[in-house]
Design a protein around this ligand. Structure first.
Ligand SMILES: Cc1cc2nc3c(=O)[nH]c(=O)nc-3n(C[C@H](O)[C@H](O)[C@H](O)COP(=O)(O)OP(=O)(O)OC[C@H]3O[C@@H](n4cnc5c(N)ncnc54)[C@H](O)[C@@H]3O)c2cc1C
Length: 320
C-alpha cells in the first residue's frame, strides 16, 4: 500500500490551484491519498480536498501557520510523519512550500527532489536538466520522500467517486522557537485582467521590444483581444521593464493557455519550459532562425514594432 500526502498550501484561506493538480496525480500513482492543510481556512477546505481524492485531511486552522514562515509547519509535519508514516509528500513549487520541504528534509534526513515534472510513485520522479534540454527519471531512496512539483505539470480533475474525507485535527504543541520569521505584510501585485496561470490567452513580450515604453504594445494587444494575460521574459523583468509576477519560465510562472503569443522572444530553454505546454504558440521575431520558431505553430518573421500595432488595429476592426 503506497500512501502519498499532498501539502495543501493555503492562500487567502483557500488551497492554491497546484494542490488539486497534485491530488489528481497522487490518485493515479498511490493507493492512499491524504492531504495536510495548515492555517486559516484549513477546515473549510476539507470537502474540496476530498472532491479531488483526499481520503483523509489533516487540518489546523491555527493562524500561527500564516503568521510565521515555514518553521511551525515543519515542526507539525515532523510529528505527523512520525505518527502516520506516509511514503512520500508532494509539495507545490512555491516559495512557502519549498521552504517547508527543505527544512523538513533537514529535520528528517529525508530525500528531497525539487522541480519534479512527473512521478510514478514516491520513489520515482522526473525532472528536467541542462536548462530544460533533457528529462531524467530519478530513483529516490528512503521514506518519506519529499517531492517539490512544478505547477501545471498535471491537469486538476475531481475524483469520480469521492466520498467525504476524514478530518483529523492536527494537535501539535509548537515550541516558541518556531515563531522566528514573522510575516508582517503581504503585498499583492495589482494586475488588470485574468491571472497569468489561468488565462486562456497569454501574450508575452521580450527584449525584442527594444525599450520599456514599447511593452505597452503587449498590454494594448491583450486589451484588444480581451480577457488575455500579459507575460514577459526574464530579460525584461531583470531590466526592470515589468514586475517579476509577469515572468514566464523556469524561474517564473508556468502557463499552458490555449494560445500563447511570444513577441520579440528568442526562445531560450528557460523560457520554453514555462510555456511549451501551450496548445497553440504564435511567435513574432525578426530573426527567422530564432529558437522560439521550433516550438511555434505559427511563425511570423518581421519587426514586432510594426506588426503588433497593425495586429491591434486588425483585432479592433474585426471585433467592431
Ligand atoms: C537559471 C536561469 C533561469 C532563467 N529563468 C528564466 C525564466 O524563468 N524565464 C525567462 O524568460 N528566461 C529565463 N532565463 C533567461 C533566459 O536564458 C534568456 O536569457 C531570456 O529568456 C531571454 O529573453 P528574451 O527572449 O526577451 O531576450 P533575447 O534572448 O535577447 O531575445 C530577444 C529576441 O528578440 C528578437 N528581436 C529583436 N528585435 C526585434 C524586433 N524589432 N521585432 C521582433 N523580434 C525582435 C531577437 O531576434 C531575439 O530573438 C533564465 C536563465 C537562467 C540562467
Amino acid at each position: 500500500m503506497t500512501k502519498l500526502w499532498v501539502h495543501a498550501e493555503l492562500q487567502g484561506g483557500k488551497p492554491i490551484a497546484p494542490t488539486f493538480e497534485l491530488l489528481t496525480k497522487a490518485r493515479a500513482v498511490a493507493d492512499e491519498v491524504e492531504a495536510v492543510a495548515l492555517g486559516a481556512g484549513a477546515s473549510d477546505a476539507v470537502d474540496e480536498l476530498g472532491r479531488f481524492g483526499a481520503s483523509r485531511v489533516f487540518v489546523s486552522d491555527d493562524a500561527v501557520y500564516d503568521d510565521y514562515l515555514a518553521l511551525p509547519a515543519t515542526h507539525a509535519y515532523e510529528q505527523l510523519v512520525s505518527e502516520h508514516e506516509p511514503d512520500g509528500i508532494l509539495f507545490p513549487l512555491t516559495y512557502d512550500s519549498r521552504d517547508v520541504a527543505g527544512r523538513l528534509s533537514g529535520r528528517l534526513g529525508a530525500t528531497l527532489m525539487s522541480n519534479v515534472t512527473d512521478l510514478s510513485g514516491p520513489g520515482k520522479a522526473r525532472t528536467a536538466i541542462f536548462g530544460g534540454r533533457l528529462d531524467v527519471d530519478v530513483e529516490l531512496s528512503g521514506s518519506p520522500t519529499l517531492l517539490v512539483v512544478r505547477p501545471k505539470s498535471f491537469p486538476a480533475e475531481p475524483a469520480d467517486a469521492a466520498g467525504a474525507p476524514d478530518k483529523v485535527t492536527v494537535d501539535v504543541e509548537l515550541p516558541d522557537d518556531v515563531r522566528k520569521a514573522k510575516r508582517i505584510e503581504r503585498h499583492e501585485e495589482k494586475q488588470a485582467g485574468p491571472k497569468l496561470e489561468q488565462a486562456r490567452v497569454v501574450i508575452s513580450g521580450g527584449r525584442g521590444l527594444q525599450e520599456p515604453g514599447n511593452f505597452r504594445l503587449i498590454e494594448e494587444l491583450a486589451e484588444a483581444i480581451g480577457n488575455a494575460a500579459v507575460g514577459a521574459t526574464r530579460a525584461v523583468v531583470d531590466a526592470g521593464w515589468v514586475p517579476y509576477s509577469l515572468q514566464v519560465g523556469q524561474t517564473g510562472t508556468t502557463v499552458t493557455p490555449d494560445v500563447y503569443i511570444a513577441v520579440g522572444i528568442s526562445g531560450a530553454t528557460q523560457h520554453l519550459v514555462g510555456m511549451k505546454g501551450s496548445k497553440k504558440i504564435i511567435a513574432i521575431n525578426k530573426d527567422e532562425e530564432a529558437p522560439i520558431f521550433q516550438v511555434a505553430d505559427l511563425a511570423v518573421v518581421g519587426d514586432a514594432l510594426k506588426i503588433v500595432p497593425e495586429l491591434i488595429e486588425e483585432v479592433k476592426a474585426r471585433k467592431g
